[in-house]
Design a protein around this ligand. Structure first.
Ligand SMILES: *Cc1c(COP(=O)(O)O)cnc(C)c1O
Length: 530
């Protein structure tokens, strides 16, 4: 027993264990782990190896149980409580005294008890869901290694894995050389693209700031694009009024002729267009902007072309869908691609890729002496830390690399084709019941299925704007019923003139046809009387 434990011993109070949910006995090989405290484990206790293993085995059991339930179709996706109710049922307070390991395990259990099971095959709510087992193993390893990604010095294998994996992704995009970086999310990836584009055109921005650019910069993105583009305009000091929204067709594709008209208009007003964001897989409709047509305009006016494939990027791994959706992507100057979406890599894992090598480094390098010494005894081109605007960087590569190793590129291609097959299946199912479902995008280009559910009382009414308004009122009520019943989760939102509608996402490898069948029936069970 360590001396720290001795000091603390008198103060330890036996915590109240939730009797409704008693833990299995923790008494293994004669040792009662439950009554111990953190000082009995590594690294506090020099001899705590066995206790540590026993404790972590118990934690793993709790995690296995959650994973098992997540994949059990008869279990609920969530046990919904309002915030004030949840505050009441959980003790979330930070105590003055150490809690014993029994309590720590109860804390783990209770936390998962009220957590939404995002890996449940009937959770269709978000672009990131599922729990890929190999990626999970990668995440565990990542945490045990606990390495910061700024230098080769402290993360040698992980840095090499970044090198190899990001190069592979650039090969798939069609970049011969180039450079890439992993970012904390697609929003930040998109901002990196904007920063690099601005630096490329106005290198003085780095030393002199905004005033180095005499004209007003403007950028263009479609009205269906992700709000992170506007966020980047805000954060970089360009201003959201200078992020110009380009109109789309009814299926959510940017209209290139509108883009050109708006570029000309900005030039006429004395502004400086410099950046166009094309979306490959819009967040709501899943639409792919016409990349070649947009690339032509960018070439003609000397604009940086970025492709935001945060959502649709996974389809690059399918030969079929790369061909169908990504023609011209190699002409872009930069591409955002989130493995934490269609590829099912655990959160977070986002990448941004550049056609030009060296730009990231020039744009962001500050050369902090204490990290990036120039006289190290190894090849310092492997120190990636000075390419980014962060200092420390989380290791997001290992879980991606390991998942990709396990599946191979072919396995990933099959995963994408399967998601698209299930999407077509769902469209077919909804089409078979036109009295109950109104499909908004009849031919989805990604796994987004956008639709209204029609309750009985509105089924005879011909489709009209007034009917859409009524359906838009029903959508959030039906979502509330889903969450209260805990059986199904589908996201909803308005888009432009369209009032609230459901957007169903398939990006979980657990989803099967039977889940789509269930979804269709469950919507009707919960919604027909609304
Ligand atoms: C999800 C998404 C983003 C933002 O990615 P985060 O990782 O959530 O920051 C950007 N663009 C598109 C098209 C997206 O779907």
């Amino acid at each position: 027993m360590s001396c720290v434990k001795e000091q603390l011993k008198g103060e330890v109070k036996k915590p109240v264990v939730d009797l409704k949910d008693p833990l299995r006995s923790l008494n293994i090989s004669g040792k009662d782990i439950g009554n111990m405290i953190y000082t009995d484990l590594l690294p506090w206790s020099k001899n705590g190896a066995e206790e540590t293993k026993m404790f972590l085995d118990q934690v793993m059991n709790i995690l296995y149980e959650f994973m098992h339930k997540s994949n059990d179709r008869s279990s609920k996706i969530l046990d919904f409580h309002h915030p004030d109710q949840l505050m009441e049922v959980l003790d979330l307070s930070i105590p003055d005294q150490p809690q014993n390991l029994d309590q720590i395990l109860v804390d783990c259990k209770d936390t998962l008890k009220y957590q939404v099971k995002t890996a449940h095959p009937r959770f269709f709510n978000q672009l990131s869901n599922g729990c890929d087992t190999i990626s999970l193993a990668g995440e565990f390893l990542t945490s045990v290694a606990n390495a910061n990604m700024f230098t080769y010095e402290i993360a040698p294998v992980f840095i090499l894995l970044e090198h190899v994996t990001l190069k592979k992704m650039r090969d798939i995009i069609g970049y011969e050389n180039g450079d890439s970086i992993l970012c904390p999310g697609g929003t930040i990836s998109n901002m990196y693209a904007l920063l690099a584009a601005r630096y490329k055109m106005f290198p003085k921005i780095k030393s002199e700031g905004i005033r180095a650019i005499p004209e007003q910069l403007v950028l263009f993105t479609s009205e269906h694009s992700h709000y992170s583009i506007m966020s980047a305009a805000n954060v970089t000091g360009i201003g959201i009024d200078n992020c110009i929204e380009v109109p789309c067709d009814n299926a959510g594709h940017m209209l290139p002729e509108e883009l050109e008209r708006l570029v000309k208009e900005a030039l006429k007003c004395g502004k400086k267009p410099f950046f166009v964001n094309a979306t490959a897989g819009t967040t709501v409709f899943g639409a792919f902007d016409p990349l070649n047509a947009i690339a032509d305009i960018c070439e003609k006016y000397g604009l940086w072309m970025h492709v935001d494939a945060a959502w649709g990027g996974g389809l690059l791994l399918s030969k079929k869908y790369k061909n169908l959706r990504f023609k011209g992507v190699e002409r872009a100057d930069s591409v955002t691609w989130n493995p934490h979406k269609l590829m099912g890599v655990l959160l977070q894992c986002s990448t941004v890729h550049f056609k030009e090598n060296g730009l990231l480094y020039q744009c962001n390098r500050l050369g902090a002496d204490y990290l990036f010494q120039q006289d190290k005894h190894y090849d310092i081109s492997y120190d990636t830390g000075d390419k980014v605007i962060q200092c420390g960087r989380h290791n997001d590569i290992f879980k991606l690399w390991l998942a990709w190793r396990a599946k191979g590129t072919e396995g990933y291609g099959k995963q994408m084709d399967r998601f698209m097959e299930l999407t077509e299946y769902m469209i077919k199912k909804l089409n078979a019941q036109p009295d109950k479902f109104w499909i908004i995008v009849p031919k989805p280009e990604c796994t987004n299925v956008c639709f209204w559910y029609i309750p009985e009382r509105l089924r005879k009414m011909p489709h009209s704007q007034e009917k859409e308004r009524l359906l838009g009122q029903i959508t959030p009520i039906l979502k509330g019923k889903m969450m209260n019943s805990g059986t199904l989760m589908i996201g909803y939102q308005p888009q432009g003139k369209l009032p609230n509608f459901f957007r169903n996402i398939i990006s979980n490898q657990a989803v099967r046809e039977e889940d789509i069948d269930f979804l269709v029936d469950e919507l009707d069970r919960l919604g027909k009387d609304l």
